[in-house]
Design a protein. Structure first.
Length: 476
């Protein structure tokens, strides 16, 4: 940039450039394209990250009833999927109160959305926010960013940041950034100076060793989902484009997404009697209001055991709030029939069961004959194990329902990737609906934060000194 070129002129020039690079921006206003420029310069500095034109449509939410925010995105540079809430002002000048008001609006927007007060925002912004919020991790940050093409002109950035943080005195995961024209120019220049760190085309996949190879002598092992996402974006070669998605645990990832997409379409049916997801959410809430406060997820397929663990996490952290919620538990039958089965049959009548009936197992085998018939089960010889499991399921459901335990049976045709994707979407949507039916926000987890704060304080994490002192006093 020539020394005589003012920051505003430089930014205006870059807005024209981004419109040339992304044809869909050409019909947009400069203010909209300024938001796109801010996103690209701040969050897509890494040339490995792919930013498509459709991405801007998702991330820029400026419009009527937008809640006072212009930008909503998940930071692609962080493993914890930090939530970014931003405002961008394509101005030639700006005052202290303008910046403070913009920051205050973002804070109020976030608080309203967390509380479930959606009256001030349009459905698109609401869906975008809730989708991003559901993706963040326990250690994720909530990042508020304000951009302007105007000069700082004596505005005390630190004072605004201090006033902003005063609205979140109970939160340790809040970050705030205010970028004026000179700051944004630096961001743009840094973004333009970045180059790929790894030579394209040198990543290869070794399926047998379950590793990614780089060059001739290096291997990348223990690849996390986040790393795969980053590698795929960075090395979008033909090899990776065709193969990387398909080699995660030997599963076809696209089929999982296909199943989830089908569920999204089918489970949008507004008629309760035609929508199994809505019926499941409604039935479990009816049972809850009749005093059935514990839901036991039941499987007869050992391979589904860890899915039961996921269901306990999903429903436990989503519904257990405000002294409300159905307590989730799980069993794997027939293994648990001799322990938990006794309690379910004759114990406290506050239970109901949700049985996931996998109608076609991934593998089956025939029961062999025992010459000595030590267990007296030779009458089963030659039968398929799946048929024995089927009779166990039918007999147990009859016994438990006759004993006063309601059973909800969800039929899953098989364990294919497609059906898995459909099932995950089904349970997640049912969980969200069920949470709202019971009057809680299913998309936050305030109770989890309570123990984490105490644990961090007791372990001596910086910033928790005052809380640590109080906790140690209680313990002593």
């Amino acid at each position: 940039m020539p020394t005589t070129q003012r920051p505003y002129e430089f930014i205006t020039e870059k807005i024209r450039a981004i419109k040339d690079a992304y044809p869909s921006l050409r019909s947009r206003s400069d203010a909209y394209s300024f938001s796109a420029l801010c996103i690209k310069s701040s969050f897509y500095k890494n040339p490995a990250l792919v930013l498509n034109e459709s991405g801007f449509e998702d991330m820029i939410v400026d419009g009527p009833y937008d809640g006072g925010v212009d930008i909503l995105l998940s930071d692609p540079n962080t493993e914890g999927a930090d939530l970014v809430i931003g405002q961008s002002k394509f101005y030639t000048s700006i005052q202290y109160d303008d910046v403070l008001n913009a920051m205050t609006k973002m804070a109020l927007f976030y608080k309203d959305m967390i509380r479930g007060q959606y009256e001030q925002v349009n459905p698109t912004v609401q869906r975008r926010f809730m989708t991003l919020l559901s993706d963040i991790g326990d250690e994720s940050k909530i990042r508020f960013v304000f951009y302007t093409s105007a000069p700082q002109s004596g505005i005390h950035r630190d004072r605004i940041e201090k006033k902003f943080r005063e609205q979140f005195t109970e939160s340790n995961n809040i970050d705030v950034s205010i970028l004026f024209a000179d700051d944004l120019v630096d961001e743009i220049k840094e973004s333009e100076s970045r180059r790929p760190a790894v030579e394209a085309g040198k990543i290869q996949i070794d399926k047998r060793g379950n590793v990614l190879l780089y060059g001739d002598g290096a291997a990348i092992v223990n690849v996390s989902a986040f790393s795969i996402k980053q590698l795929y974006a960075r090395h979008n070669t033909n090899l990776l484009a065709r193969n990387l998605r398909y080699h995660v645990a030997g599963r076809d990832i696209d089929k999982i997404l296909e199943g989830a997409a089908a569920a999204e379409k089918e489970l949008a049916e507004p008629d309760l009697m035609k929508n199994d997801c809505y019926r499941y959410a409604a039935l479990r809430n009816i049972l809850y209001r009749k005093g059935k406060t514990t839901e036991i997820f039941v499987t007869y397929e050992p391979a589904f055991t860890m899915m039961n663990e996921w269901l306990k996490q999903l429903y436990g952290e989503s519904e257990g709030k405000d002294q409300k919620g159905i307590f989730p538990a799980s069993v794997t039958f027939s293994t648990d029939l001799h322990s938990m089965g006794q309690f379910i049959q004759d114990g406290n009548r506050t239970l109901f069961e949700t049985v996931v009936d996998i109608q076609k197992p991934a593998e089956d085998f025939f029961i062999e004959n025992d010459p000595e018939n030590l267990d007296g089960l030779n009458f089963l010889s030659g039968q398929e194990m799946s048929k024995v499991n089927r009779r166990a399921l039918e007999g147990t459901i009859l016994a438990h329902t006759e004993g006063g335990v309601p059973n909800l049976v969800l039929e899953l045709p098989d364990t294919s990737e497609y059906e898995y994707g459909y099932m995950v979407y089904f349970f997640e949507k049912a969980c969200a609906i069920s949470g709202y039916l019971s009057g809680v926000n299913p998309f936050d987890q305030p109770g989890v934060e309570a123990y984490k704060k105490n644990m961090f304080a007791l372990l001596g994490k910086p910033g928790y000194e005052e809380l640590r002192a109080g906790l140690l006093e209680k313990l002593n």
